[in-house]
Design a protein around this ligand. Structure first.
Ligand code: NDP
Ligand code: ZN
Length: 350
């Protein structure tokens, strides 16, 4: 064990504050990582404030981690001291169930061990995330940062990137498909870039008319202001896929009506009951599909990093001093960030 430092919430109503804690020494298959950068995901806010009802305190968020390997366990074969690596939303899973065998660790039948606020499978301790100086993770859950990617702007690929890439790929989005991205925050702006790179005609649905020009700069071909009923009605039957990153309850019905027959509405932002209720006719009458998707497996996370390097895709970021993390949470809720905060972990030592 060794002493690490990070920012954690002590309760659902407490702001994040510095905390020292114990990290384990690397086990045989572990990689120890000095964290250089960590993205700030809206999930970090949901969890710190216990909005999903599953938080465990102290809660140290952070699952968009980029850093440098500082030590490896005796059985580690893929990484060496000095390698630039990433860690996303998971740090372990059962590794033998059907999902794990299919490289879909996020759907592990026994439940994956998340990067924070989950009991470690070996010692039962509460996992602590990337708002910290270092982390120790089994090499299976570590990915390599490809050459050519800027390190800070690569960090959000570990969650915002894989979460949007994985469903677009799973549903086979291809050239000519009409894809709508709902909400342009951290996930949404990556969704626009990926859908565009896959050849789709991309539309941003936003509640913020002021984002229209920015969305076009990100690659969107069209923008629909979702609060304008006339614009929503004019889009009836126009879309093959919707990727919904909105982080709060919202009416799905007007969006479903913009899908063509067989169209697919993929939820990634919402893990609460759908409210207001879904009108089943919006699915039944057009054989439409309402789907969900959770991050992506480790192999696919490596794949999306390579995809970004190959296609010159990176996340638009604003660098953050960790001392300003609580203000950053407030700004994210207000939609005031283009489009991801990334903590410069050097500011933690300061
Ligand atoms: P951000 O806060 O960066 O962006 C969310 C965007 O949604 C906003 O920019 C805004 O876009 C829109 N939005 C925000 N509030 C509202 C509202 N009240 N009504 C309508 N639209 C709103 O969040 P992230 O991109 O980091 O995360 C999005 C969601 O995805 C979160 O709930 C997060 O927990 C979840 N998530 C899910 C994952 C998964 O595996 N399924 C993985 C990672 C995150 P605009 O102004 O353009 O409308
Ligand atoms: Zn996330």
């Amino acid at each position: 064990m060794y002493t690490a430092i990070g920012y954690a919430a002590q309760s659902a109503t407490a702001p994040l504050a510095p905390m020292t804690f114990q990290r384990r020494s690397p086990r045989a298959d572990d990689v120890a990582i000095e964290i250089l950068y960590c993205g700030v995901c809206h999930s970090d806010i949901h969890q710190a404030r216990n909005e999903w009802g599953i938080a465990v305190y102290p809660l140290m968020p952070g699952h968009e981690i980029v850093g440098k390997v500082t030590a490896v366990g005796a059985n580690v074969s893929r990484y060496q001291v000095g390698d630039l690596v990433g860690v996303g939303c998971m740090v372990d899973s059962c590794r033998h169930c059907e999902a794990c065998q299919a490289d879909l660790e996020q759907y592990c039948l026994e439940g994956p061990t998340m990067t924070y606020a989950t009991p470690d499978r070996v010692d039962g301790s509460n996992t602590m995330g990337g708002y910290s100086s270092s982390i120790v993770v089994s090499e299976h859950f570590v990915v390599r940062i490809p050459q050519g990617l800027d390190l800070p702007s690569a960090a959000p690929i570990l969650c915002a990137g894989i979460t949007t890439y994985s469903p677009l790929k799973h549903y086979g989005v291809k050239a000519g498909d009409r894809v709508g991205i709902l909400g342009m925050g951290g996930l949404g702006h990556m969704g626009i870039k990926f859908a565009k790179a896959m050849g789709a005609e991309v539309t941003l649905f936003t509640r913020s008319p002021g984002k229209a020009e920015e969305a076009r700069r990100q690659g969107a071909d069209h923008v629909i202001v979702s609060t304008d009923a006339a614009q929503m009605q004019a889009a009836a039957g126009c879309f093959d896929f919707l990727l919904d990153t909105i982080p709060v309850q919202h009416d799905l019905n007007p969006y479903l009506e913009t899908l063509t027959f067989d169209g697919v509405h993929i939820l990634v932002g919402l893990i609460e009951p759908v409210d207001p209720a879904l009108h089943a006719a919006n699915l039944v009458m057009k054989r439409r599909v309402l789907a969900g998707s959770l991050i992506g497996g480790i192999a696919e996370t490596q794949e999306v990093l390579e995809f970004c390097a190959e296609h010159g895709i990176s996340c638009d970021i604003e660098m953050l001093d960790i001392g300003n993390i609580n203000e950053a949470f407030s700004r994210m809720i207000a939609g005031d960030v283009k489009y991801r905060f990334v903590i410069d972990m050097a500011t933690l030592k300061a």
